[in-house]
Design a binder for this molecule. Structure first.
Ligand code: IMP
Length: 426
């Protein structure tokens, strides 16, 4: 049977999942997005051409069939823009009929707020979904009864909308309705049942990749609430929302060599010093679309252990390890609060302080040296780097299968990594 894989960010997002998805999906038949919205954009360089996608999975650029699952909040505007970017695309695109539509008023209502959201309307659309009466799915969008549904929804939302300065509700309804009928006519051929398509593909022996957006610690249930996104970012959530069998998938966690965080919320190992600034700069830790700087932190084995447990990671891919070269660093191995210590990531992080383990160091290396290490395999890595990787595998009881040493697709070490780190992951 083909090796179906789900790829999940292990910290708070921006782990460099794109490159890993690209590598794992090279021979895939389907690539699917199962959560989030256009709050997670990515840039793909393929055959010398740069494409920026906001909501379509990166596989679209490689000609794969792509699916967008029911727990994705889709702004049709963003999707139609993405479709423009992949004009010559021949694969199939399926947008689930249960997925929710982000409408203009969701954008108006998402001002970033105290959570520091990405202002893409995800939170307000998710609130409407939870109401079960004010939400609009893609099934509604293409239904003959759409106009009636919109009228009911806007009637319920009227007080909130008036607060945003909308004075003539009838005009506003006509305007939204016109926009929606344009969306409906362009999107109708794409709307279907994503879970069923993927299930059938798996039954036929085709290879399916599920591409997570955001990351485990931003999950609406398991994340660092309330500073989380509005969808399920974890592997179990993906299977539940798509209605797929977890037994059919390998779960790969993507752990950046150091965590970063954008927006608000707790970040126990945040580095507010020169080292943090150097990591931020060397790792180009600035939001691709917003330019927002990402806070950088010391590696956190406690957070990773939690992430590995709630996702049942089978393997870990470590990204951007080159950024830590030439820098002395350590990793949180437990947390303490007053006289209490724990190795489990606490739900309420307030008052808990990380306790760091040993110090790691490896010298800077050139791109050519990185290429050589990838060719020669795990044993050619500097001792300090191996030490860090082996301690990570031991701390989270999960072997490492890939180590990225440069943004270039081919500069990724796979040779001998799994075998070497599996011994420590027991
Ligand atoms: P929302 O998803 O726009 O509602 O934002 C909620 C929280 O998730 C904020 O802290 C955002 O910064 C964070 N977030 C959303 N998408 C991403 C992402 O792709 N990378 C990192 N953080 C994200």
């Amino acid at each position: 049977m083909a090796e179906n894989t789900i790829i999940i960010g292990a910290y708070w997002g921006d782990e460099g999942k794109g490159k890993i998805v690209d590598l794992i999906a090279a021979d895939a038949d389907w690539v699917a997005r199962f959560n989030g919205g256009d709050n997670a954009g990515h840039t793909i360089v393929a055959e010398g051409k740069k494409t920026i996608l906001h909501i379509l999975p990166s596989g679209a650029v490689r000609g794969k069939n792509v699916a967008i699952g029911p727990d994705v909040f889709v702004n049709p505007e963003a999707l139609l823009k993405d479709l423009q970017s992949v004009k010559d695309y021949k694969g199939r695109i399926v947008v689930d009929e249960r997925a929710h539509v982000i409408l203009p008023y969701h954008l108006t209502l998402d001002d970033g707020g105290k959570l520091g959201t990405t202002k893409r309307g995800i939170g307000p659309a998710a609130e409407d979904r939870a109401s079960r009466t004010r939400d609009i799915t893609f099934s509604d969008l293409i239904s003959e009864k759409f106009r009636e549904k919109l009228h009911e929804v806007l009637k319920e939302k009227e007080p909130v909308l008036r607060n945003t300065g909308i004075s003539n509700m009838a005009d506003y309804e006509n305007e939204v309705s016109r926009t929606c009928s344009e969306y409906a006519s362009r999107m109708k051929p794409l709307i279907g049942n994503a879970g069923l398509e993927l299930h059938n593909a798996i039954q036929r022996g085709e290879k399916v990749i599920l591409e997570g957006a955001q990351a485990a610690l931003l999950d609406i249930v398991h994340g660092t609430r309330p500073y989380v996104t509005s969808s399920n970012t974890t592997a179990g959530g993906a299977f539940a929302n798509l209605g797929l069998n977890p037994m059919h998938f390998k779960v790969v966690g993507v752990a950046k060599a150091y965590p970063t965080r954008v927006g608000e919320g707790p970040f126990p190992t945040e580095l507010k010093n020169e080292l943090g600034r150097r990591i931020q700069e060397d790792g180009h830790e600035f939001g691709a679309t917003t330019g927002r700087p990402r806070k950088a932190g010391m590696p956190d084995f406690v957070a990773l252990r939690y992430s590995a447990r709630i996702n049942s990671f089978d393997e870990i891919a470590v990204t951007k390890l080159d950024v830590l070269a030439g820098k002395e660093f350590t990793a949180a191995v437990k947390y303490e609060k007053e006289r209490e210590t724990t190795e489990n990531f606490p739900f309420m992080l307030e008052g808990w302080q990380p306790v760091y383990g040993k110090t790691y160091y490896f010298e800077s290396f050139t791109e050519a040296e990185a290429e050589r290490m990838c060719k020669e395999g795990y044993t050619s890595l500097p001792a300090g780097m191996r030490d860090y990787l082996e301690d990570m595998a031991a701390a989270i009881k999960t072997p490492i299968s890939m180590v990225s040493l440069s943004p270039k697709r081919e500069v990724t070490l796979t040779k001998g990594v799994l075998e070497a780190t599996a011994k420590f992951a027991k």
